[in-house]
Write a protein that binds this ligand. Structure first.
Ligand code: NDP
Length: 286
């Protein structure tokens, strides 16, 4: 292996230390940042994610609440909860865990969240702000990728960044952030022809596809920086996860690479915590 492995756990721990320090300072000034996590239904993965988010916020000194609604909750019930949290002065960040149970419209719920409390950065106002280059709340996973690049001294300016995946939660905001950082950006998706050749032109390759180990060393330009956002179960194993990148063959070619687990994943929750503090500051004019 020739690539340096990016240690997402270490960087995430640093971000969380920064957040804990900021929270302590804000509390001295009489402001306790508050996060409300909303879980609808009993999806096992969502239960783990929401419990982690609620616990991490509490551990960093924030006010933290987990609201659980049954899978049978109606759209109106979810909406009422969000609107109540919008009005709650102790809550600065609201996160509604997706996916919602069938029949519920996540986009409609997100549109109800006060944009200043939208710590996932999914509200159309925050999406617009991101593309307009205005300050706002930025989706956590792509924000985490930018922090990893920064920590490892990768300046996207003038580089060709290729993103595989165009989802609203990863691919598109990732493209906006890399563009803002002056990269030349190509976004690939399931209808892209010549995917391998396009990826091979990337100085920075971000894989956010959801296909186990699809991106092999053959997709990578020698010396490229490879960021693997994918989280995929490995068939035949109960708890094992791997990325969209075939780590072993990619690490032979890349200069820097994120592992899965231990790369981008830990950054997502750390950036959520940072967003909650930012949201508290925005709402209180600090
Ligand atoms: P989506 O399923 O929403 O999007 C996947 C994207 O990949 C789509 O744009 C799709 O194209 C594209 N795609 C699918 N197949 C191919 C293919 N064969 N060739 C090229 N492009 C393809 O996924 P998400 O963006 O939500 O998530 C992507 C991955 O990242 C998942 O593994 C997810 O678990 C993980 N993830 C990890 C996070 C973390 O914290 N580390 C946070 C969020 C997600 P099209 O648009 O044409 O359908």
């Amino acid at each position: 292996m020739s690539a340096t492995v990016i240690d997402g756990k270490q960087v995430a721990a640093r971000v969380q230390e920064e957040v804990a320090r900021e929270v302590a300072q804000l509390k001295e000034e009489g402001l306790t940042p508050g996060l409300a996590v909303v879980l609808v239904g009993d999806d096992p993965a969502s239960q783990v994610y929401t419990a982690n988010k609620e616990r991490t916020a509490r551990e960093l000194g924030m006010h933290s609440v987990l609201h659980k609604l049954p899978a049978t909750a109606s759209q109106d019930e979810v909406a009422e909860l969000v609107q109540r949290l919008n009005r709650d002065p102790a809550i600065h960040g609201i996160l509604v865990q997706s996916p919602l149970p069938e029949g519920l419209d996540i986009d409609a719920v997100v549109r109800l969240i006060d944009p200043l409390k939208d710590v996932d950065g999914f509200h159309p106002e925050n999406v617009g702000r991101l593309w307009l280059g205005q300050d706002g709340l930025v989706p956590c996973t792509p924000a985490g990728v930018m922090r990893l690049l920064q920590e490892y001294g990768v300046d996207p300016k003038g580089k060709h960044a290729v993103i595989v995946g165009r989802s609203n939660i990863v691919g598109k905001p990732m493209a906006a952030l890399l563009l803002r950082a002056h990269a030349t950006v190509t976004v690939c998706h399931s209808r892209t022809v010549d995917l391998k050749e396009t990826c091979r032109r990337a100085d920075i390759l971000v894989a956010a596809v959801g296909k186990l180990q699809m991106i092999t060393g053959e997709y990578i330009k020698p010396g490229a920086v490879v960021i693997d956002v994918g989280i995929n179960p490995v068939p035949g194993y109960k708890r094992r996860i791997r990325g969209d990148v075939d780590f072993d063959s990619a690490a032979e070619v890349a200069s820097l690479i994120t592992p899965v687990p231990g790369g981008v994943g830990p950054m997502t929750i750390a950036m959520l915590m940072a967003n909650t503090v930012k949201a508290a500051r925005l709402q209180c004019g600090r």
